[in-house]
Structures are given as structure tokens and as C-alpha cells.
Design a protein around this ligand. Structure first.
Ligand code: 5AD
Length: 423
């Protein structure tokens, strides 16, 4: 989401006559886009800002700005910790950025813009995207779910869906620019709703845009997988056989405290419905260890659930209290740090074994890989992804062009990568 927002900010400023440079020393303005989801993300921001501040010794006119969720979360307080920051802008206020930057030329006071805008979809702004195979398209902003641990609704505001016509316009533009894959983005992406157009109908329309060979979306919420959405995913080969399905916890009592609106059984039933209809589907997840009051038994339920579901990959985190959230206000962060850490290590180890086993099942199979470019570790190799989101590495040879789909025979694997030969 932040990558997409950064592309949007670059689009906005470019449209207004600003020129982009990747050279920090040449820049007149440096904006840092930030994430507030966990505390360590927030702390790293301050380190980065103070590092960038050194450029002011060389260029005293440099404008150093902070964008994104940390701005929205900390607001003016950030200036106590980092008084050299010139600009603090939240995720709903990017449209005013060019004007705010110009007004800074006259004043020497830091500018703050943290206003909320419930209808801001950033329509008619063309993001300047990173070159490659995949283009991000934000289809909804904000979140109304109010999970007890999560800061998103407090920093990104209420949920709102971008009009579907604008989304299709952006996807057509992407296809025209040569992108082969599109990833639809939203905090609860499958809750998308624009009049009669629900998420299933939107993904179908996106899949039918000519030139788009792959459609991905992230992150869906486990409670919003009606049968007709699963059928749409199964019936359209362009919609990738991969779903990120954030579990958070495998214990129904923990899920209740987390205010996730499903039980462990309901989660398993979504997994079953997806796998019944799309047998080769890859599932990835997010898990939190040590949420308020998590007992050994509750943690064990998470461990058992992960052993049972056998996700292809997982992002795993220790619970980090975020001020303003329901958990922060009403529950006690009472699982000791070392217990959170031990539980995290246990599931990381488990997941590594499962990922390896899942990948081993690919050995001897032929997979379709959308080529992204040269492997970072070995210049004689190329890499890309399968539709099941597995990074695949294989030897380069003159017949292969970047950004096309090739067939690769998988010969060996690691927990994170498939390796093979082009057919
Ligand atoms: N502490 C730890 N992890 C969190 N996440 C969200 N909020 C917190 C928190 N307070 C994780 C969830 C979510 C992912 C994006 O970040 O697993 O799905």
C-alpha cells in the first residue's frame, strides 16, 4: 500500500512540474513515506530522518518531509523528537502537497497537514509506477474492521471504494504501458463495493482487460469469500491461484479478543472452500504471537492450525501495542516479551519446514513463470513468479524475453524459491 501511495505522490508532484531525482544530494525535497503498523517500523523512521538531516548541512534549503501513517499517528509530536522536519502529511492529504511545498518557500515554520478526507480516492492522478511486470492499483482506502490490535482505521480513516470505472481506466492504462500483471490493493480488498459492482465482479472486469495476463489482490479478509467470488477466481485463469489469508491467531478465544469476526472453524471452512474449488491454490498468511492474554493453549491452537493448513508462506509478528487501538485501551499487554519471542521462533521454524515440504511437491512439475528480470544473486539466471506466487530461478538464455511467461521444469527447491530449467 505504501509503495502504491509513493507512486501516487510521485505522480502528483510530477503532474505539478516537479522533477524526480534518485540522488539524495541533488534533491530539494525529500519525502519519506512511513508505516505505523508496528512500533519498530515507527522507530526506524526517526533513524532514517536523522540520517537524511545531514544533507541539510550541505543544502540548508532542503525540505525534509514525512508522509504516511506515522505522520497521521504522531502528528505534531514528531516535531519534538525531530524538530528539523519541515513537513508532516497524512495519507488523506497528498493532494495538497504541491501547494504546501510551495508555501514552505515563504514560511520557515514546519507545515502540518493531517486532515481527513472521507471521499479522497485520488481520482485522475496517474501514479508514476516502477518499471516491471506488476502494477499496483489501489481499489479502496481505509478500513472499518476495527480489529483490536490494528492502528489502520486510526491512521487511514474510514473505508471507501474507488469508483470501478476509475479502476478499469487505470488497469487499461497499465496494460497499455506494458505491465502484464496487476495487483488490486485495499486493507480489506474483498469488501470492495461500488453500487452493483462487488469485488467478484470487479476482479472479473479487471481480468478481462486485454493485455493483463495476471490479476492478484491483497489483502482479503477471511470473512468475505462468498461462493461466487471463489467461483470467479476458479473460472478465470488470469486470476492467480494464490490468496493471502491473514489468520492472526488459530484460537477462537484469542480471535474474539482480537475482534476478528470469525472463529478458527470458520477460517478452516474458508480454506476448505477455496481448496475444493481451486485445488492448486497457494495460501499465505499473517500471524501475531503474544496478543494480550494469549495462553499456552491458545498459542498451541495457532501452532496446530498452521500445521493443519500448511500455508505456503507466512508473515509472523510479535504483538506490538499501538496507542489508540481497542487492545491498547482495554486489554493488558501481559505476555512477557521473551514468551512472545519464543512463540514467534516456534512458528517461524514450523513454517520453514512446511514451506519446504510444499515447495518439494513442485519438483518434477512444469510451472508457468512470468519473467521479472535478472536474478539478484546470479547474473546468469533469470527470476519470476508462478501464478501461485512462488519465486522461480532458472538459467538465462537468448530466446527468453523479459516480461513474458515461460514454462519451467522444477528440478530443486528451497523453502523460499523454486529452481529449474526452461522447457
Ligand atoms: N502488532 C503486531 N502485528 C500487527 N499487525 C497489525 N497490527 C499489529 C500489531 N499491533 C500485523 C497483522 C496484519 C499485518 C499487516 O501486520 O498480522 O495482518
Amino acid at each position: 500500500m505504501n509503495k502504491a501511495d509513493s507512486e501516487l505522490i510521485i505522480g502528483l508532484l510530477t503532474q505539478d512540474g516537479f522533477h524526480r531525482t534518485d540522488d539524495e544530494e541533488q534533491a530539494d525535497v525529500i519525502l519519506v513515506n512511513t508505516c505505523a503498523i508496528r512500533e519498530n517500523a515507527e522507530q526506524r523512521v526517526l533513524g532514517r530522518m536523522s540520517e537524511l538531516n545531514r544533507h541539510k548541512h550541505v543544502n540548508p534549503e532542503l525540505v525534509l518531509g514525512l508522509c504516511g501513517c506515522v505522520s497521521q499517528h504522531l502528528g505534531e509530536k514528531i516535531l519534538d523528537k525531530a524538530p528539523y522536519i519541515d513537513l508532516v502529511v497524512g495519507p488523506d492529504a497528498y493532494r495538497d502537497l504541491p501547494e504546501t511545498l510551495r508555501s514552505l518557500d515563504q514560511k520557515h515554520e514546519p507545515a502540518l497537514n493531517l486532515s481527513w478526507d472521507r471521499v479522497e480516492h485520488y481520482l485522475d492522478i496517474n501514479p508514476v509506477r516502477e518499471p516491471g511486470v506488476n502494477g499496483w492499483v489501489t481499489i479502496m482506502r481505509g478500513c472499518d474492521k476495527m480489529c483490536a490490535f490494528c492502528i489502520v482505521p486510526y491512521v487511514r480513516g474510514r473505508e471507501r471504494s474507488t469508483p470501478h470505472k476509475e479502476i478499469i481506466r487505470q488497469v487499461q492504462r497499465l496494460a497499455h504501458e506494458g505491465y502484464r500483471e496487476v495487483t488490486l490493493l485495499g486493507q480489506t480488498v474483498n469488501k470492495y463495493e461500488d453500487g452493483d459492482v462487488d469485488f467478484a465482479s470487479l476482479v472479473k472486469q479487471v481480468a478481462e482487460v486485454s493485455g493483463i495476463e495476471r490479476v492478484r489482490f491483497t489483502s482479503p479478509h477471511p470473512s468475505h469469500f462468498p461462493d461466487h467470488l471463489i467461483a470467479t477466481m476458479a473460472d478465470h485463469p488470469e486470476i492467480c491461484a494464490h490468496t493471502h489469508l491473514p489468520l492472526q491467531s488459530g484460537s477462537s478465544t484469542t480471535l474474539e479478543r482480537m475482534r476478528r469476526d470469525y472463529t478458527a472453524e470458520e477460517f478452516l471452512s474458508v480454506v476448505k472452500r477455496l481448496r475444493d474449488r481451486i485445488p492448486n491454490i497457494a495460501l499465505t498468511t499473517d500471524v501475531i504471537t503474544g496478543f494480550c492474554g494469549e495462553t499456552d493453549e491458545e498459542f498451541q491452537a495457532t501452532y496446530d492450525m498452521m500445521s493443519e493448513v500448511k500455508f505456503d508462506a507466512a508473515f509472523m509478528f510479535k504483538y506490538s501495542p499501538r496507542s489508540g487501538t481497542a487492545a491498547y485501551k482495554r486489554l493488558e499487554d501481559n505476555v512477557p516479551e521473551h514468551v512472545k519471542g519464543e512463540r514467534l521462533t516456534a512458528i517461524i521454524d514450523l513454517q520453514k519446514d512446511i514451506s519446504m515440504l510444499n515447495n518439494e511437491a513442485y519438483i518434477g512439475r512444469t510451472v508457468n513463470v512470468l519473467v521479472e528480470g535478472q536474478s539478484k544473486k546470479d547474473p546468469e539466471k533469470l527470476y519470476g513468479k508462478t501464478d501461485t506466487f512462488k519465486t522461480t530461478v532458472f538459467p538465462d538464455h537468448p530466446g527468453i524475453s523479459a516480461h513474458t511467461i515461460v514454462s519451467v521444469d522444477v528440478t530443486h527447491v528451497s523453502p523460499f524459491t523454486l529452481f529449474g530449467e526452461v522447457r
